[in-house]
Write a protein that binds this ligand. Sequence first.
Ligand SMILES: [Zn+2]
Ligand SMILES: [Zn+2]
Length: 648
Amino acid sequence: MIKITLPDESVKEFEVGATPMDVAINISEGFARNVISAAFNGTTIETATPLTTDGTLVLYTWNDENGKKAFWHSTSHVMAQVLEEMYSGIKLTLGPAISNGFYYDVDFEDHKITDADFKKIEDRVLEISREKHEFKLRPVSKAEALEVYKDNVYKTELISNLEDGTITFCDHATFTDLCRGGHIPNTGIIKAMKVMSVAGAYWRGDEKNKQLTRVYGTSFPKQKDLTEYLELLEEAKRRDHRKLGKELELFAFSQKVGQGLPLWLPKGAALRDRLEQFLKKAQKKAGYEQVITPHIGQKELYVTSGHYAKYGADSFQPITTPAEGEEFLLKPMNCPHHCEIYNTKPWSYKDLPKRYAEFGTVYRYEQSGELHGLTRVRGFTQDDAHIFCTPEQLDEEFKKVIDLVLYVFSSLGFENFTAQISLRDKENRDKYIGSDENWEKAENAIINAAADKGLNTVVEYGEAAFYGPKLDFMVKDALGRQWQLGTIQVDYNLPERFELTYKGSDNELHRPVMIHRAPFGSMERFIAILLEHTAGNFPLWLMPEQAIILSLSEKYENYAKKVLNLLENYEIRALVDNRNETIGKKIRDAEMQKTPFMLIVGEEEEKNGTISIRRHGQEGKGNSSVTIEEFASIVDEEINKTLKVFTV
Ligand SMILES: [Zn+2]
Ligand SMILES: [Zn+2]
């Protein structure tokens, strides 16, 4: 008999050779019908793999990431089978699962796959799937594997790098592929499949190699899931921050300026400034002090911090001065600069905590292929701050930072989030810097603070950095996509490296603890996420223009200007559209700009000293006529609903 431990820590005994599926059936027949993949002692296996030793077993369904991975990877086998059928003599290479689907890299030789073929491929994949073929893993010798693939240079290369005795083939229907495993039980549960696109991809990602064709696909256990997924993709396309950023004139890129270096246009810069002012105001209340540091720093600074040893090779290379031969790096992070600010004078425990905040612009090298709009750039501004405190103050400081992060989220309409607590690996505590006692303190501070604030948390062991535990906020956007926003991180390393000290009540020198934190993360990435989350309909307090005054004709130009002046008195951001265009055209343009309030002025309004309000996206709702004063209180009320005053 063997002892199988399940995720709920229950232990059950089974005959030697029982399979994960047997274990699933033992739990319940209904559950077993949904099990599509398994992991034994942390390694993915087939649901039909015989278990021969004691161990921990996790069973996955479609609802688990690992279940989806097996589902998608298995579909890539079926698609590869169909491609081979349709284009004879092609060479298959690799077909892994990725997020939201899978791909297969294929050397199509003289064939060419086009969009017109997609439907045929999909139909055939589903036809084969309906036949419920089992996926069966079969061990083969290296010699046998090399013989089978003697005409395929790619598979031959893969096999050559494998050790004899570890090689397996996967068979289903009449198709065989070199594969280490991770499949669903049979093809029958693949009910919907779509070829998404094709793209060029170099063999092994190396541009010196031959360019292959990457065929992207996705699949689902229900047709309805596929339909929903495709709708979500369409909506994501409409909300793509690169598209919206252009339409709303927020930011741009210039090949002349350089890749990955965003240019903030006036409206975008104003928006960003508003966000900065919002956070600065809250930070001031929370006891932060603003500091400013340069965009470059001596290489030695980063040698001291350890960043150079770790990231130096993958960074922008040092800039040298012509006469002195000094070496400077573009600042990849603000922390070392802030440590040196702390070091400008001696501190007593009574002075702590010190909280230095800076909207610090940093530069990190990203390969050009990795750049993406505002989410992957080469220069960005962090809403950074570093808190230097005593170990005893950690608890309190953590709670305060959480308050600030929650304030940011609620003011910007992020309601759906979880907090991930990253702690040490329980088994392997030697790889972390800092005393056991301090770690214990910091980990408890995070756990307590999160519980105290009623956060919805997940604890990940082994996810802490080597220099300290952390708390990350994972936010779900309006399309259900997850983003990591807001990090709070404890650091025992930099205070050590920069020899930071404070005098304790015992008159001895002690090391302060450092907290890194950034509620937005970076201004660029945050604005990108906010754009996609809100589809450009930012909270009213943040909108570039809160209102636009549309005159019915040139006759009312002066009245429109008068309204604008009055709105300025109420600090409402507005514009006038006095173009010689029809009101219909003016409304359409204002809708494009997502301006929340369109204020229409004509004869009636001028006579009564009023404006006629039309809300963005509420066509046909009818306009309401109000005075400027009434309008100002409508705006005020709406702003106060989201933007509360930060209190400590
Ligand atoms: Zn496989
Ligand atoms: Zn930092």
